[in-house]
Write a protein that binds this ligand. Structure first.
Ligand code: PLP
Ligand code: COI
Length: 356
């Protein structure tokens, strides 16, 4: 690409020796991508540089008013030796939507894709090789203007960093325990719940911390108005198998439209399951659990992949799902989604993007 400069590191780091201990988001590759924006000039000065700290003015708007957005995607080493991504154009579309909601200037999506591919080629040896591992890709944009007024900034930075990762949860594919949050809320319609902005996650930390103190892995959020309808989990969308219906909350504006969610709905429908995107109250879910009609529960997300839920706590009630074991549908979805991502099974929808 002639509008992208490349400065390679003179001190490459050692790759992780034991890929079984990668965890999530702890190690970073040798390089990153950086593109600047300033009013009048637009997006410019794109470069791949060694992974290093960045300079910011203390008044940079992102530090005070959280004008920032991000994405999460992965690069996989497929069984045929190719390097792949999963529906990456969906992530750049969602980033553009986040730009519009957060008053951040949009970038050319083709440029984002091409520059990401260049970065991945530079750091391709950082894509881990072991089963269940991948290179987590974090594109993000922050507002950098040296100004304390509450106003969209004139200067921004777009960056992409890469992190070789394993399972997001320590549980791996073992079912996680989820705490249904009765008090704090994550988002309301008209707010920023449906975009990927840092502020959504900052305000979720308190509930997450309290859930962890009680031995739960993540929070299941209820709607912000009635605190009655199920929305999503901290870092994933959520599905419940009730009798022969697979239910996931409909996208109302306060839920992140997950790319794994969308893919799961498409795959499950393709296999002939009855899938409903509808409102689901916590009371209906509890009733289904008590009467033995709640067969399975699982979350979906880029980092979390397909994560079975083995236990839910709501107030004083604790209910176990499928005896705390992974269910048949969750397992089938996990096997097929990861099968497509790693090129092990047929890709009926053409979701794999092969890096050439
Ligand atoms: N919901 C939230 C709040 C998330 O942070 C994520 C992760 O990106 C998801 C859902 C799942 O989205 P996706 O499948 O696009 O990764
Ligand atoms: C992802 O799954 O990519 C996410 O962004 C989840 C996360 C906040 C770690």
């Amino acid at each position: 690409m002639n509008n992208l400069s490349v400065e390679l590191t003179k001190t490459p780091k050692a790759k992780p020796a034991d890929e079984s201990k990668l965890g999530f988001g702890q190690i970073f590759s040798d390089h990153m991508l950086l593109v600047k924006y300033s009013k009048g000039k637009g997006w410019h000065d794109a470069k791949i540089t060694p992974y290093q700290p960045i300079e910011l003015w203390p008044a940079a708007s992102v530090l005070h008013y959280s004008q920032s957005i991000f994405e999460g995607m992965k690069a996989y080493r497929a069984v045929d030796g190719t390097l792949r991504m999963f529906r990456p154009e969906e992530n750049f579309k969602r980033l553009a939507n986040s730009c519009r909601r957060m008053c951040i200037p949009e970038m050319d999506q083709q440029f984002q894709m091409e520059s990401l591919v260049e970065l991945l080629k530079v750091d391709q040896d950082w894509i881990p090789k072991s089963e269940g591992t991948s290179l987590y890709i974090r594109p993000f944009i922050i507002a950098c203007k040296n100004f304390l007024g509450v106003h969209p900034a004139d200067d921004y930075l777009y960056m992409v960093i890469l992190s070789p990762s394993g399972a997001y949860y320590a549980e791996g594919l073992n079912p996680v325990k989820i705490y249904v949050e009765p008090g704090y809320v994550r988002a309301v319609r008209g707010g920023t719940g449906e975009v990927k902005t840092g502020a959504n996650y900052a305000q979720s930390l308190k509930a997450q911390e309290e859930a962890e103190e009680q031995g739960y892995t993540q929070v299941l959020w209820l709607d912000g108005v009635e605190r009655k309808y199920i929305e999503e989990v901290g870092a994933m969308n959520v599905f419940f198998v009730i009798d022969d219906e697979i239910v996931t909350p409909q996208l109302t504006g306060s839920i992140l439209p997950g790319i794994t969610r969308k893919s799961a709905v498409e795959l499950l429908k393709h296999w002939g399951y009855k899938v409903s995107e509808r409102r689901l109250s916590i009371d209906e879910l509890e009733e289904a659990a008590k009467t033995g009609r709640l067969k399975e529960a699982f979350g979906t997300g880029t980092a979390a992949v397909v994560s079975p839920i083995g236990q839910l706590k709501y107030g004083d009630d604790v209910f176990t799902v499928n005896d705390g074991k992974i269910g048949e549908i969750s397992q089938k979805l996990y096997d097929n989604l990861t099968g497509i991502q790693y090129g092990k099974v047929e890709d009926p929808f053409g979701w794999s993007y092969i890096i050439k």
